[in-house]
Design a protein around this ligand. Structure first.
Ligand SMILES: NC(=O)c1ccc[n+]([C@@H]2O[C@H](COP(=O)([O-])OP(=O)(O)OC[C@H]3O[C@@H](n4cnc5c(N)ncnc54)[C@H](OP(=O)(O)O)[C@@H]3O)[C@@H](O)[C@H]2O)c1
Length: 277
């Protein structure tokens, strides 16, 4: 779909990396775009640049810290107050290889990458349904294949592994499970959901890599614009109408991990719902 005039998008973590490239491309095609980010100072220059570059002024900021469930509730309430449609929610923001806990005490990567997005999505679900046909795009990762199960007790504690990569894999498996469970719960002609791996992309997510190694690693990575391609495909491609719950890499459907079972998806939904009440 080339002309996105009349469609409204929300992209989380859109002040840099893949999210910024996604928001830019949507605005360039005439979409109205909300950049939901945790720093106004880091987002305002990006909005100015997107407006100037695309000539599209319908680009705005929404404060959102996914590591604080109160901030997520405030962001959703602000958006719902505006009584405007929401056609596509792109759950893009993410942390990788970081350690710690969210404001409410959840493991940092699970809390930001899954639980904050779970709450945001469920709070916006009625608005998405009213705007049908609508879409939810969950930016996961091939790192989800590394997670073989979810230790639910560990999700309520600080990151246990030294590198945080184990917990990152679990959080990305949660993105896949959440997508599949959304598809089981909502008819695809109302709201369809997609999970994806963007590729290995030279973004700020590698900020914890020691600086001498960073330029070398970035040589073999794709650009954030290339990283946005599958998000844009899932957000807008007419060929995906009526399809829901699947996993995509390079704009192609892939079989997700065998650890992504219906039983685990149901349990994750139930626990996420309990934890965000
Ligand atoms: N890059 C890759 O190779 C790769 C591979 C597979 C999957 N992914 C996934 O792609 C998505 C985008 O990542 P990226 O590579 O573009 O990384 P990035 O450049 O580090 O961007 C991440 C975005 O998430 C935001 N964010 C982090 N914590 C947040 C919080 N608590 N509340 C709200 N926003 C928060 C960041 O905001 P700040 O600028 O304020 O920190 C930033 O805007 C992530 O879900 C990541 O897991 C990336």
């Amino acid at each position: 779909m080339d002309d996105l005039g009349g469609y409204r998008f929300l992209v989380t973590g859109a002040n840099t990396g893949i999210g910024r490239a996604t928001a830019h491309a949507l605005a360039a095609r005439g979409g109205r775009v909300v950049l939901a980010c945790r720093s106004e100072a880091r987002t305002t220059p990006v909005i100015d640049a997107i407006r100037e570059d695309t000539g599209n002024d319908a680009v705005e900021y929404l404060p959102l810290d996914l590591g604080d469930l109160d901030s997520v509730r405030t962001a959703a309430a602000t958006l719902l107050d505006r009584a405007e449609p929401l056609h596509v929610l792109v759950n893009n923001a993410g942390v990788g290889g970081q350690r710690g806990q969210t404001t409410q005490g959840f493991e940092l990567q699970f809390g930001v990458n899954h639980l904050g997005h779970f709450l945001l999505t469920t709070l916006l679900l009625d608005r998405l349904r009213e705007s049908a046909p609508a879409r939810i795009v969950n930016v996961s990762s091939d790192a989800h294949y590394r997670a073989r199960h979810i230790d639910f007790a560990a999700l309520q504690q600080a990151t246990a592994s030294v590198s945080g990569t184990r917990e990152y894999g679990v959080s990305k498996l949660c993105n896949v499970l959440f997508t599949q469970e959304l598809a089981r719960r909502i008819p695809p002609d109302e709201v369809s959901a997609y999970a994806l791996h963007p590729g290995v992309i030279a973004s700020d997510i590698w900020r914890r890599i020691p600086w001498p190694a960073r330029p070398v690693i970035k040589l073999v990575m794709k650009s954030p614009e290339e990283g946005a391609a599958t998000s844009l495909y899932c957000a807008t491609a007419p060929v995906l109408d009526g399809v829901s719950g699947r996993y995509y890499v390079n704009c192609d459907e892939r079989t997700p991990s065998s650890a992504a079972t219906e039983e685990l998806g149901g349990e994750l939904w139930q626990r996420s719902d309990d934890w965000t009440r």
